[in-house]
Design a protein around this ligand. Structure first.
Ligand code: KIV
Ligand code: ZN
Length: 496
């Protein structure tokens, strides 16, 4: 019989930490429910002490999902653990994930401490978390670069203190697969009581080895792996959930299995990419646009004769829906609801009405509405309780003329108007807006991305602004680039 590998998904914590990938609570609940349907065992829902928004998201996700364990991150600090426990109070199954850096670099430079003191702090944190919950996971940050002998002492001590899972992160993505596999093997062979806990992998992809390292960990005895959808995460990202799930499915000789319903992989991948405004690279394994596209004549000929000649996975096994329905302005509310549900989104009736109205609006401007469009609409509840709203906007630009824009704003019920020129219509519109809202914000990032295809496509704009040391992210979407840009800018200002 195969051994079970537990899938710990950290899309909503390590993934959401990426600049620009922030989700609001409504969106996080959508993702959490989709992860539940996908069959993940643990959802790391956030880091409650880090912000009131993160705290609230852990509360709401705890209420929204039923069978996966909901996990909250904390440092090995009592007030962090208190907040994590409070945020998890409604979870049916709950876990506190606490830990501390164990590599010499972390001990010396981050904590100005020594190995013995760190070991004591680790044990104290686990014991403290145990007052609140039975299921406590300990992470030895930078375990990848931690000396194995010391790491084994830490792991043994935290298991004795009650840790049910011990996470061995390759925080910097430095390890080679052989080295990481050997580390897990060393712990299994040298830690007294190791059978009382599950060892977990948490690999980053800085050198492109996250998946290989995770597999090496699993093949050497780890039974939980920490992953994200599409491999998003700090810097070069984390191990991609879809890669591990499909490796274990495709390699029948490996006696390991997960609970992942692989046919949900593609819809969840699209949902996360769309809500987080994080495109998936076309050649990404399993979920990239080209992952199953055979372009050379030799390959096409082989696949037509027998798909097995060049395909090791059936695209249907990951939920690639070749008959994907395209919605139009004539599609009814039921068709929209069905398509959202296929994509793992179940909305309350009231919210569905709102999204349907937005859908009809968009369908008036754009002939075909694809899954990515409706996912974007379902996640877009940002515009509602804003202090500053755009009443109207007009921009003119072209060859041989100076771009000019005028704008009307509603600021807490008061009306303002301004006009300005700029080096393009977006610049002109932002200049006009700045005449009304005088805050000196610096635009530090500005990306425009088409949602699907075609010149009538909807575009998404992501912006990052800085004001007196504070950084805010904003988002806007429209079939009009200038409107989407101003929406994103206003979103940022509202957050400031
Ligand atoms: O990469 C890492 O070490 C982490 C820990 C907080 C688990 O994300
Ligand atoms: Zn991490």
């Amino acid at each position: 019989m195969n051994d079970r590998v537990y899938i710990f998904d950290t899309t909503l914590r390590d993934g959401e930490q990426v600049p620009g990938c922030q989700l609001n609570t409504v969106e996080k609940i959508q993702v959490a429910k989709a992860l539940e349907q996908l069959g993940v065992d643990v959802i790391e829902a956030g880091f409650p002490i880090s912000s009131p928004g993160d705290f609230q998201s852990v509360v709401e996700i705890s209420k929204a999902v039923t069978w996966p364990t909901v996990c909250a991150l904390s440092r090995a600090v009592e007030k962090d653990i208190d907040m994590a426990a409070e945020a998890l109070q409604h979870a049916k199954r709950k876990r506190i994930h606490t830990g501390i850096g164990t590599s010499d670099a972390h001990i010396r430079y981050k904590f100005n401490s020594n190995r013995e003191e760190i070991l004591e702090r680790a044990v104290r944190a686990v014991k403290y978390a145990k007052r609140y919950v039975e299921d406590v996971e300990f992470y030895a940050e930078d375990a990848g670069r931690t000396d194995n002998e010391y790491l084994a002492r830490v792991v043994e001590a935290v298991i004795k203190a009650g840790a049910t899972v011990v996470n061995i992160p390759d925080t910097t993505g430095y390890c080679l697969p052989e080295e990481f596999g050997a580390k897990i093997k060393y712990l299994i062979e040298h830690v007294d009581g190791v059978d009382k806990a599950i060892l977990s992998t948490h690999c980053h992809n800085d050198l492109g080895m996250a998946t290989a390292n995770t597999m090496a960990g699993l093949l050497n005895g780890a039974r939980q792996c920490e992953v994200t959808i599409n491999g998003i995460g700090e810097r070069a990202g984390n191990t991609a959930l879809e890669e591990i799930a499909m490796i274990l499915k495709a390699h029948k000789g490996i006696p390991l299995e997960t609970n992942i319903n692989t046919q949900r992989i593609y819809p969840v991948s699209r949902m996360v990419s769309s809500l987080m405004n994080m495109p998936v690279q076309p050649n990404k394994a399993i979920v990239g646009k080209n992952a199953f596209a055979h372009s050379s004549g030799i390959h096409q000929d082989g696949v037509l004769k027998n798909a097995g000649t060049y395909e090791i996975i059936d695209p249907r096994d990951v939920g690639i829906d070749t008959n994907s329905i395209v919605l139009t302005a004539r599609s009814g509310r039921a068709a929209l609801k069905y398509r959202l549900e296929v994509n793992g989104v179940r909305l309350p009736e009231e919210k569905l009405d709102q999204v349907y109205a937005d859908f009809l609006n968009l369908a008036d401007k754009k002939k075909e509405i694809h899954d990515d469009d409706i996912l974007m609409l379902a996640g877009a509840d940002r515009a509602h309780d804003r202090r500053i709203k755009v009443d109207w906007l007009q921009a003119t630009s072209g060859i041989g003329m100076k771009p000019v824009a005028s704008i009307g704003l509603d600021i807490a019920g008061e009306k303002f108007e301004a006009a300005a020129t700029g080096n393009g219509p977006v610049d002109a519109a932002i200049n006009a807006l700045r005449q009304i809202v005088h805050r000196q914000v610096t635009l530090t990032e500005f990306t425009i991305q088409g949602v699907t295809k075609g010149s009538d496509d909807c575009c998404k704009v992501h912006m990052q602004v800085e004001h007196e040391g504070r950084v805010c992210y904003g988002f806007g979407a429209s079939t009009d680039i200038v409107t989407a840009s101003i929406e994103a800018y206003v979103d940022c200002i509202n957050k400031l």
